[in-house]
Design a protein around this ligand. Structure first.
Ligand code: G16
Length: 501
């Protein structure tokens, strides 16, 4: 490592004195103006990780669902999953080292992680459409090059597309071509094949209105939609030509307000969905004939996918294990449905794709979804090989078709894998600090039927999240209000007191 060169370059991306940032749910995330040094240093870290794993590593510049003024960085590990938790501490040390300590911290990480510094390094970079993203991704590139790493800058990309590129490169193209064209071809071919077998009664069932959150999803879907026009006609809304990123639109808005985004016209029974700012979340929704809004969030998507998979699995008669992974935000009735009606084992992990992904890898087929619309289906290598073999070999037409269907599903899913006063345990369902808060929540929950509530500090925004469910919307709202009040009183709330509704 040329540490002198690092020191010189780093001075051009100097860390503001005293600023410390935590590695959050999905990497570093804060106001864009505080991130230049973090991006440079994550370029350095990506090189070390690439040398250590002898693989391509991804860096995505995005703050996803956060407001446009924020930015952030997600690091992507060799198989397309989020950065290994054991490296999160290295990332935090590097991001928070004062300028004069940077060389020493770099050397330390190299030693602790047993990095072979003579190994080549390759990093791929993508970014969302935020005004700050282009400059910040240049800072990542500066970090990569000063440590002698090679890179490919894909420019504007969705997060799932970057995960795909990393995985393709690390499987020498076996998973697919590491190009945007390769991504569109692979996913749309599987989709078109699958939907050929679906029974749709009219054009409106083959039409989807998509709220693109005024973000990268619009640019990429506009390119991709021609690839599957045989199977689906897509109409884009909130495509970034007028509105602001994630403002009054996008998956996070729809999920947390339980209402349609602005900027989309919905007639009854039209199928609609929303992405978030980096297009790695999706929620679906529609209005029924009475104008009632229905949301198909991550919980429902997981239930639908599981029932969709169960049929061909039963047909091929193989005993591949199927499991579902959720977080504490999963609505209790979705968990009951999956366990009691679908007879599928369900597990609960902490919030964060990295936790769900890890658990889902324990099954032959692992379905994981957060209620907010992050998720995918993972097939173990053994399950994938088995299904591919059956799709070729099975003699009976019906069984072969079922195996073929599962084969297309494999290709369709991109398998990649001071609020701190509150701390939690039990997959974030119980607050252990501050004292008395959990007891207060328990008392409030007792007042309502079929109710559940919990609180946790967000790992992406400077807020505390409050979750409540009960037998009716009114009761859930009222429980949420009472729990918010308890948080305000017991956790030293600042600013405006929570208001009912
Ligand atoms: C990120 C994570 C998700 C998590 C979300 C909210 O999503 O990837 O797993 O659910 O943050 O996390 P928190 O509740 O800790 O703020 P995204 O879409 O913002 O990258």
């Amino acid at each position: 490592m040329d540490l002198d060169a690092v020191t010189k370059q780093s001075a051009l991306h100097a860390k503001p004195d005293g600023l410390t940032l935590q590695y959050g749910t999905a990497g570093f995330r804060t106001k864009a103006e505080h991130l230049d040094h973090v991006m440079f240093r994550m370029g350095l870290l990506a090189v070390l990780r690439s040398k250590q794993t002898k693989s391509t590593i991804g860096v995505m510049v995005t703050a996803s669902h956060n407001p446009e003024e924020d930015n952030g960085v997600k690091l992507v590990d060799p198989l397309g999953e989020m950065l290994a938790p054991s490296w999160e501490d290295h990332a935090t040390c590097l991001a928070n080292a004062e300028e004069q300590d940077l060389p020493r911290v770099l050397v330390d990480i190299g030693e602790k992680a047993a990095v072979n510094l003579h190994q080549d390094a390759f990093v791929v970079i993508g970014r969302d459409t935020r005004p700050s993203s282009e400059k910040l991704s240049q800072s990542v590139i500066d970090g990569v090059t000063v440590l002698g790493g090679q890179f490919h800058d894909y420019g504007l990309l969705t997060t799932p597309q970057l995960h795909y590129m990393v995985y393709c490169r690390n499987t020498s193209g076996q998973y697919g071509k590491a190009t945007i064209e390769g991504y569109y071809q692979k996913l749309s071919a599987a989709f078109v094949e699958l939907t050929k077998q679906a029974s749709c009664s009219g054009d409106d069932q083959r039409t989807l209105k998509v709220d693109c959150a005024n973000g990268i999803g619009a640019l990429k879907l506009r390119e991709m939609k021609h690839y599957f026009s045989q199977g689906l006609s897509v109409q884009l809304f909130n495509d970034g030509t007028k509105g602001k990123l994630n403002h009054l639109c996008g998956a996070d808005f729809v999920k947390s307000h339980q209402k349609p985004p602005q900027g989309i016209e919905m007639k009854s029974h039209e199928r609609c969905c929303s992405f978030d700012g980096d297009a790695d979340r999706i929620v679906y929704y529609y209005h029924d004939a009475d104008g009632q809004f229905h949301l198909v969030d991550g919980d429902k998507i997981a239930a639908l996918i599981s029932s969709f998979l169960k049929e061909p699995l039963l047909e091929i008669g193989d005993s591949l294990s199927l499991g579902v992974v959720q977080t504490a935000y999963a609505n209790g009735s979705s968990t009951r449905y999956l366990e009691e009606v679908m007879k599928v084992p369900v597990y609960c992990t902490k919030t964060g794709v990295k936790h769900l992904h890890h658990k889902a890898q324990e099954f032959d087929i692992g379905v994981y979804f957060e209620a907010n619309g992050h998720g995918t289906v993972l097939f173990s290598k053994a399950a994938e090989m088995k299904i591919k073999q059956l799709a070729k070999e099975l003699e009976e037409d019906k069984k072969r078709k079922a195996a073929k269907m599962l084969e297309n599903v494999i290709d369709l899913f991109n398998q990649v894998a001071d609020r701190q006063v509150i701390s939690t345990t039990d997959a974030e369902r119980q607050a252990v600090k501050p004292p008395g808060l959990q007891e207060a929540i328990n008392e409030l929950v007792k007042k309502y039927r079929l109710s559940r509530a919990f609180v946790r500090p967000s790992g992406t925004e400077d807020i505390v999240r409050v979750y409540a469910e009960a037998d009716s919307q009114e009761n859930a709202d009222s429980l949420a209000y009472e729990v918010s009040l308890a948080v305000f009183q017991l956790a030293g709330g600042i600013g405006e007191r929570p208001q009912p509704g």
